[in-house]
Design a protein around this ligand. Structure first.
Ligand SMILES: [Zn+2]
Length: 574
């Protein structure tokens, strides 16, 4: 905050700080020529951007931000240079932890809903930079595997906002040390930019006679190589129409390509066998994807990251990941996730990502059975419980709605918790009904938050309002089940009846499996136990009842230590 105030004083000489609303404008259109020069680690950009004033007041100033390792060269309107001042603006939406911010004084005010075209030019170097992560105490090695973006001689990869601000944006400062501030800032930006159009012409000139590298991006486009006199010009056109949730990314390296009907894999030559294993994993997991989510609508693309320890990055059906030292289970989990994205689109992250994670659990189940799937999901449980705990510390009704699955920017929720929600729905309504509901889903009709609930209800004729209220429309934390009591009564004709009362101490209800373990075998029944309530179930035991287990791991709970219960010996034994 102190730094911000100093900056305000400095730029206050030119622009009154209070008057600058950094998030007043939506960037509606980008048309950028991007030149990548790996030998010099340089990026040079020229292009046009269109901004619309979405605030309620006329705006005389515009903030334009790029990574702090880049410099503004020119900003013009209609061929005439405009006044602008630049300064460093601290913000963790970039790997360097700060931005080169240009504050442009417009020749005249732009009224609300008015638009303005700016011709911009900027350039600089983009080396690997771990400043923002080191600042919050992340170890150097770990930071390098996380913020791996860079332009370098052998490998270039740049992800956009949230990693490297290589195209102009305008946001308020975000700080990694302040909870979810970076996620929220990037989330706000993405929401504003969802309808924006972006066209990028990527190019790289080379005079060497080496095999040309592959230059690609995660938008729609085509790649071509032209030879102009002695030099080769590598060009890729790339467009995002609209941007939606995408973070535009550029990759350039000396790749070989493995092309299969379902997937393209760009890999470095020494990892051919890794690429082949990955392609095989995609082929093996395709049937479960098709069965649940339909035929993939597009080919998926997997691109190898140079650093074997790099944290993977996904963008739609494209995945940037190391290849070479993973096992087939990891490949299958990644491939099924990618293919699910290619098969099923939703503008809602909890549906889009939640289903891709749910597909991973389905894949584990197909390979090694239900227990393996529950164990896989269980690896996410602590993270969800932790995120709920942080939230509960400052719980208000508003926040309960903000962090609901339909609104949240928190990955633990829209990925991990959503995966469990899909699994619970599946256990409640059955495979056939859920598959039919998914088949009837149309992203363009998903306008009302209750759309999906109604699609599933139409297949089951079951009221799911309470479940969606507790898990999707609101964040009510997690359930906490315990066995309140168990009472076993001997039957005249042998065996016994065990009456089990389950208590839910949490604020979210669920239909929980209750298992009675006996001397020989076990029986499981499902029981709907709403928030802060009790419900009872009777289970017939054919041999001596020993133990009751509530929740087999198919739902996340805040406390798992109270889920087992020893059955007392039966009353009225003969
Ligand atoms: Zn995903």
């Amino acid at each position: 905050m102190k730094l911000l105030r100093v900056l305000c004083v400095l730029c206050g000489l030119i622009v009154p700080c209070a008057a600058l609303d950094r998030e007043a404008f939506t960037f509606t259109n980008y048309d950028l020529n991007v030149r990548v020069e790996p030998e010099q680690q340089r990026l040079g950009v020229r292009g046009k951007i269109t901004l619309r004033n979405d605030s309620t007041t006329p705006q005389k100033n515009v903030a334009l931000q790029i990574s702090s390792s880049l410099d503004w060269r020119s900003i013009q309107i209609g061929g005439t240079a405009v006044d602008f001042v630049t300064h460093e603006y601290t913000s963790d939406i970039d790997h360097t932890g700060s931005l080169s911010e240009a504050i442009v004084t417009l020749p005249r005010e732009v009224p609300p809903k008015g638009t303005i075209d700016l011709d911009v030019g900027y350039e600089g170097v983009i080396p690997l930079d771990v400043t923002r992560l080191r600042r919050i105490g992340v170890a150097e090695e770990k930071a390098r595997h996380t913020d791996w973006d860079q332009i370098s001689k052998s490998f270039t990869a740049l992800r956009g906002i949230g990693y490297v601000v290589w195209y102009p944006v305008a946001t308020e400062s975000a700080d990694l040390s302040e909870g979810n501030s970076v996620f929220e800032t990037v989330g706000r930006w993405k929401a504003r930019e969802a309808q924006a159009e972006m066209k990028i012409n990527l190019s790289n000139s080379r005079s060497t006679s080496d095999d040309p590298p592959i230059l690609l991006c995660n938008g729609k486009g085509n790649r071509l190589i032209q030879t102009v006199s002695m030099a080769q010009v590598l060009m890729t056109d790339c467009s995002f129409s609209p941007l939606g949730e995408m973070v535009p990314a550029i990759v350039m390296a000396q790749y070989s390509a493995l092309n299969r009907p379902l997937i393209t894999i760009d890999y470095v030559a020494q990892h051919k066998s890794g690429a082949e294993s990955y392609a095989l994993a995609a082929e093996l997991t395709a049937p479960v994807v098709t069965e649940w989510f339909g035929t993939p609508r597009q080919k998926v693309e997997t691109i190898e990251l140079a650093d074997p320890e790099a944290v993977p990055f996904e963008s739609d059906a494209m995945l940037l990941t190391p290849l070479g030292n993973a096992n087939s289970t990891v490949y299958e989990l990644n491939a099924v996730h990618q293919l699910t994205h290619a098969a099923f689109f939703s503008p809602r992250p909890w549906i889009y990502e939640g289903l891709a994670h749910f597909a991973q659990a389905l894949e584990r189940e197909q390979q090694d059975g239900r227990r393996a799937a529950l164990d896989f999901m269980g690896r996410h449980r602590t993270a969800i419980a932790g995120a709920e705990k942080v939230l509960a510390a400052s719980h208000t009704q508003n926040e309960a709605a903000d962090e609901s699955l339909i609104n949240t920017n928190t990955e633990e929720f829209y990925r991990s918790k959503a995966m469990y929600v899909w699994w619970m729905l599946r256990d409640m309504v059955g495979d056939a009904a859920l598959k039919k509901a998914l088949a009837s889903y149309h992203a363009d009709q998903d306008k009302e938050t209750s759309y999906l609930q109604h699609l599933i209800e139409a297949q089951t004729h079951r009221d799911l309002q309470w479940f969606f209220d507790d898990w999707v429309y609101r964040d009510r934390g997690l359930p906490d089940f315990r066995v309140g009591s168990a009472y076993s009564r001997a039957k005249v004709d042998g065996g016994s009846i065990v009456t089990i009362t389950i208590e839910n101490l949490g604020d979210a209800g669920a239909e929980v499996p209750v298992t009675l373990r006996m001397e020989r075998g076990e029986v499981t029944k499902r029981l709907e136990v709403h928030a802060k309530s009790k419900a009872a179930v009777r289970i017939e035991a054919s041999s001596t009842p020993l133990e009751i287990v509530v929740n087999d791991g198919s739902m996340p709970e805040s406390d798992l230590s109270n889920n087992n219960f020893k059955v007392p010996p039966p009353d009225g034994t003969k």
